[in-house]
Design a binder for this molecule. Structure first.
Ligand code: NAD
Length: 356
């Protein structure tokens, strides 16, 4: 990979490689775009085949955060860190504190948070060395219920757009994955008397617990979830589950859930859903509750304000669905257009000098 060519092509601002002699910490921070504000994105700890893969992952994920944060209406740019190594083996107070010092050296251009392989406890160590970390214990807390709430409002927006009526009780749902977010989402669905909820998972304990809690819920085998005659398919498990094999099997009229990277191929699969007249709520928009939640730590955390902000996912999705229809593009492309236009508009209002 020619790094400067790649950065130029996608508009990256900065790529930082760091290594700490004392702890062996090594990693990459990528800052994509800070037009809207400081870049924010989690720290991933992962074992990569080679350095190129780690750098590419940081770059790709940072750009994704620019779009996610912009589409969520936040005053944040996109950034991401990957720490290279096995989270089960290399974690220590000194390693995270050494990392915190690198974050501090970026002087607020990048704010970190937890991601795959890191936890709120790790963020606590980072906090000892930098002001630029969110998602701390005792602050915004577990993002899962908030992410699920955002997805719930996203489902309502999709119902409104697709069927002209957003009442949860009129429709049927197929939920894939009842982990941290899926289980909360099912609670919300039953609170508003969902007509019927099917679900699948591979964790026996969770399956039993859900069946005990809601005797009316219907379990199906993991591979059968795609074939169900339901109104809404709700992905809350893995990525890349919608692809050339599964999309032809879908009978649902809406896809809306918490999972990341739902489409195997963002362009082709979004088009395939559009061709089948299945309304797709873009993953990075509908699952933004978590990032909205941590953002509020930066502006003074208030739960009611967070909830109000997360509920705005409803209006934002409706706007994107309209863009998609008017321009005859997929909803995934419309979400990208929405984010890019917001960045452009905010950039434009900052042209005049105002002393502050
Ligand atoms: P989780 O690990 O708590 O839950 C995932 C569930 O999916 C588990 O119960 C697991 O057993 C199940 N599962 C795994 N493979 C499966 C399969 N083949 N078929 C059916 N079920 C299967 O994860 P989560 O935090 O609920 O996150 C779910 C998705 O939402 C992920 O893609 C995650 O990146 C995304 N997301 C989560 C948050 C959050 O706040 N937790 C925020 C944004 C996005």
């Amino acid at each position: 990979m020619e790094k400067f060519d790649f950065m130029k092509k996608y508009g990256y601002e900065q790529l930082v490689l760091f290594h700490d002699k004392a702890t062996g910490l090594k990693g990459v921070t990528a800052i994509h775009d800070t037009t809207l504000g400081p870049s924010l994105g989690g720290t991933r700890m992962w074992v990569y085949e080679n350095e190129e893969d780690a750098i590419l992952d940081a770059l790709r994920l940072a750009r994704g955060m620019t779009y996610k944060n912009a589409a969520a209406g936040l005053n944040l740019g996109g950034g991401k860190t990957v720490i290279i190594g096995d989270s089960a083996k290399i974690k220590s107070e000194e390693l995270f504190r050494a990392f915190g010092r690198y974050v501090q050296s970026l002087n607020g251009r990048y704010i970190t948070a937890a991601d795959v392989g890191t936890t709120t406890k790790d963020m606590g160590f980072i906090k000892m060395e930098t002001d630029y970390v969110v998602g701390l214990e005792g602050k915004s807390g577990d993002p899962s219920p908030i992410t699920a709430l955002g997805a719930f409002y996203g489902i309502k927006a999709a119902l409104k757009y697709q069927f002209g009526n957003a009442e949860i009780k009129n429709y049927t749902y197929a939920v894939q994955g009842i982990g941290k977010t899926g289980a909360y989402l099912i609670d919300y669905l039953f609170e508003e008397k969902a007509k019927k909820v099917y679900f699948t998972d591979i964790n026996e304990e969770r399956i039993k617990a859900l069946q005990t809690k809601y005797p009316q819920v219907v379990f199906v085998k993991p591979d059968d979830i795609y074939n169900l005659e339901v109104d809404v398919f709700v992905p809350c498990a893995l990525g890349a589950i919608l692809n050339e094999d599964t999309i032809p099997r879908l009978k649902a009229k809406i896809v809306a859930g918490t999972a990341n990277n739902v489409l195997k191929d963002e362009i082709k699969d979004a088009q395939a859903l559009k061709a089948k007249k299945i309304l797709y709520a873009p993953d990075f928009v509908i699952n933004a509750g978590g990032v909205i939640n941590v953002y509020h730590e930066l502006i003074g955390y208030n739960k009611d304000m967070v909830i109000a902000d997360v509920k705005r996912i409803y209006d934002r999705l409706l706007e994107m669905f309209k863009i998609a229809e008017e321009r005859n593009i997929s909803t995934q492309e419309a979400a990208n257009v929405f984010a890019e236009e917001r960045i452009k508009k905010i950039h434009n209002i900052h042209r005049n000098f105002i002393p502050r």
